[in-house]
Design a protein around this ligand. Sequence first.
Ligand SMILES: [Fe+2]
Length: 567
Amino acid sequence: MYILGISAYYHDSAACLLKDGQIVAAIEEERFSRIKHDNAFPYQAIDFCLKKAGISSVEVDFVSYYEKPLLKFERILETFVDSYPSSLLPFLKGMPEWLDYKLKVEQTIRKLWFKKKIFFTPHHLSHAAAAFYPSPFTKAAILTIDGVGEWQTTGLWKGNGKNIDLMKLTNFPDSLGLLYSTFTAYLGFKVNEDEYKLMGLAAYGKPIYKSKIQSIVDVRQDGSFKMDMDYFGFRESFSMYNARFIKLFGPSREPRNKIIKRHADIAASIQALTEDIYFKILNHLYFLTKTDNLCLSGGVALNALANGKIYKNTPFKNVYVLGAAGDSGAAFGSALFTHVNILGNGRGRKATIKTLYFGSDYSDNQISNCLRRHSLKYKKFTDDHELIRQTATLLAKGKIVGWFQDRCEYGPRALGARSILSKPNPRRMKTKMNLIKLREQFRPFAGSILQDKVHQYFDVPEKNAWSPFMTFCFPVKKEKRRDLAAIVHADSSCRIQTVSKDNGRYFALVDEFYKQTGIPCVLNTSFNLKGEPIVETPEQAIGDFMKTKMDCLIIGNFLVSKSSDKG
Ligand SMILES: [Fe+2]
């Protein structure tokens, strides 16, 4: 049985195809359109999924859409009426999109020759399914938390077998995601894109504005909260905040302006308050469910800094955060909810998802044709071990290595399929990598560490230091900070991906690097340049490789270096 999940029209549109409940293919539209966080209907992602399965749209049994468009439209209308007349302009501007296509999802899907039933899963239920069903738990507490779905912004759920039951919810406009995004915009970063920058910046500041933020956000002991909408603009204007907000916090930062201490302090303050609210909600969720297992989903669940502190600040002992926790993953969640719950198939024995390599891959032939077109010097390996050994040696020598292997990752993180890698020390490797990626120097890099060595390097919970999707930051042990100097952030933490045999060739590489250097960790950043989505094709990888000072590129079975001589 084939079920196609679709998310679209907000951000990170994606498609995911299930065959008998297992993912055949899943990918974001941005990888094809090359528009970062593309919110268009994911025609190309759908086409890719069908091709990967070798089927046509008429062979798909069900389509599952990640939210209920009519309910979302109801929120738009009610918000317009509530905020009239100041909401008139954004309303008029947004209306054609709603009338032209956002309300016509079913017609759009039908035009692609999907003949059978289409399900519309509530947005937060799609997130909850994406969080719980692929987890290793039969019973778990589930928190879904994001900007906004139809109305809902937060959901406290209980998962048991195939059932997911809502216990408590928060509705728009009170939204932890929108609160965080408001400060993202205020500090001159892009909403729904640069929240990571705010999180990175927080480490350089002190939370001295926290009480000021609390003066406009009333937080109760159970984590529920009310935002004073007199200070926010997102209901009735194109701006997340308004003049009163600026009067309270001072002038906002323009993107071109330098970052000063006040900006870092504000970032630290909103991060601290976000964590306060997050842990209050989670503690309340524990009180309601009394289970040690927790699943998280929604954009806020990508706040790895907060996630890493869950073990210390709540009673939860096992936490699962799928890498595709944002709206792209909701395409998967919606399809899986249809499979497991609506069609009553149960979760199956192979349900736990440990890796996210569900995107495109390319043959040696396709890659070598591309290399020849660019007159690049390359070497082809027939011995896998030799490829791994030589790549690890290059890393050990301090080379910056482009790494393009296997099927690309579903979700926002590069997890060793489309990555740029280097050794994790000395500190200047960070500067070198930031220059290649054209990123701000304050932004930290993540590390991929062997699962069985993670306790030696990080202050992690005794049994459950599992972070296969890079969704947790943990403090680096003091004695190891020199070994990981290029990835230790200003607050001594690091976002980590734990790597095991599930990661195939990438595991072999990190393991070989460990054998050669004694350090079981590499710096891992996504294979893309500033403002662009992660590379999808060999052509794009080679393009980035040529444009930057990357030293070499390991693409499939080929090692490429920069010279016009052919190998
Ligand atoms: Fe969402």
